[in-house]
Design a protein around this ligand. Structure first.
Ligand code: NAD
Length: 277
């Protein structure tokens, strides 16, 4: 079992969904946590984002495991905010061992109908925000010659998806970022990997805007309506992953014994091979 006692982990997008699950899994493995979430909505995103109350809930769940926890309402697109998060975490805990660049958003639209705002907000959040998160921690990791960086991409970073060109572009971009950084820090005790889940049972997936995208023929589609359509997209015939299943793979990448795994794209795909869709 992965033992992360004495380690400190930063997780973005931690108010709910996969970020919350990753934070709890890391805490159960012994890590102290630094949580970040924007805790407010973004105008071009067609569903509500995490809230400050949800971020406090995650913090309480981490503390219930017996681990210390700092949490920040901060926007990963804001360099000064992310610098403050990392500086405060280092002042408090003295180290940062793990960085999980997980925060992200999705939105929809036919390629030629996407507005500048939709396109730029997507890239600014998913790609630039992950860059600003990881850039803030790397100098410290280089000083200590130690680190585990996990950049959350998606199976949408392995293929094309109609109505999601801006999301897909951001997720492919993250893979290029992870692979390039992995080369720059190779031999310095730091691994960098891209984690690519397929559909995950979180609020990003479970909302009316997403249901309508996958069931354009139905007036008010529900969770039950979309289930068979998602299940048809992978070889295991399951509609989606649980967030905990993704956390299981994340823990493997954080393990000290995973020092030889870097610059890799790790798919948690229910058997939906990349390039298939
Ligand atoms: N749910 C899926 O099907 C799925 C599949 C593959 C990959 N992903 C990726 O996994 C990651 C986590 O998604 P999730 O499924 O947990 O979604 P989610 O919407 O449940 O959680 C995302 C969290 O990120 C936060 N966030 C968004 N923009 C932010 C910003 N600018 N600064 C700080 N926090 C911000 C939100 O408030 C929210 O709490 C995302 O990068 C997403 O693209 C999701």
């Amino acid at each position: 079992m992965t033992n992360l006692s004495s380690h400190v982990a930063l997780v973005t997008g931690a108010a709910r969904g996969q970020g919350r699950s990753h934070a709890i899994a890391l805490a159960r493995a012994g890590a102290r946590l630094v949580l970040v979430d924007i805790a407010s909505d973004i105008t071009t995103v067609p569903y509500p984002l995490g809230t400050a109350a949800e971020l406090r809930e995650t913090e309480a769940m981490v503390q219930e495991t017996g681990q210390e926890c700092l949490s920040f309402v901060a926007d990963i697109r804001d360099t000064a905010a992310m610098t403050n998060v990392v500086d405060t975490a280092l002042d408090t805990f003295g180290r940062l061992d793990i960085c999980v660049a997980n925060a992200g958003v999705v939105g929809f639209g036919r390629f030629w109908e996407l507005t500048d705002d939709q396109w730029c907000t997507m890239i600014d959040t998913n790609l630039n925000g992950a860059f600003k998160t990881v850039r803030a921690v790397v100098p410290h990791m280089l000083e200590r010659n130690h680190g585990r960086i996990i950049i959350v991409s998606s199976m949408s970073g392995r293929m094309g998806n109609a109505n999601l060109a801006h999301y897909v572009a951001s997720k492919w971009g993250l893979i290029g970022m992870a692979k390039s950084l992995a080369i720059e820090v190779a031999g310095r005790g730091i691994t960098v990997n891209a984690l690519c889940p397929t559909s995950v049972d979180t609020p990003m997936l479970q909302n009316p805007a997403m249901y309508s995208l996958f069931c354009p023929d139905l007036e008010k589609p529900t969770r039950d309506d979309v289930m068979p359509r998602y299940a048809a997209m992978n070889k295991l015939g399951r509609p989606w992953l649980s967030a905990e299943e993704v956390s299981h793979t994340l823990l493997y990448l954080c393990d000290e014994k995973a020092a030889a795994v870097t610059g890799q794209v790790i798919e948690v795909s229910l058997g939906s091979a990349s390039g298939q869709h």
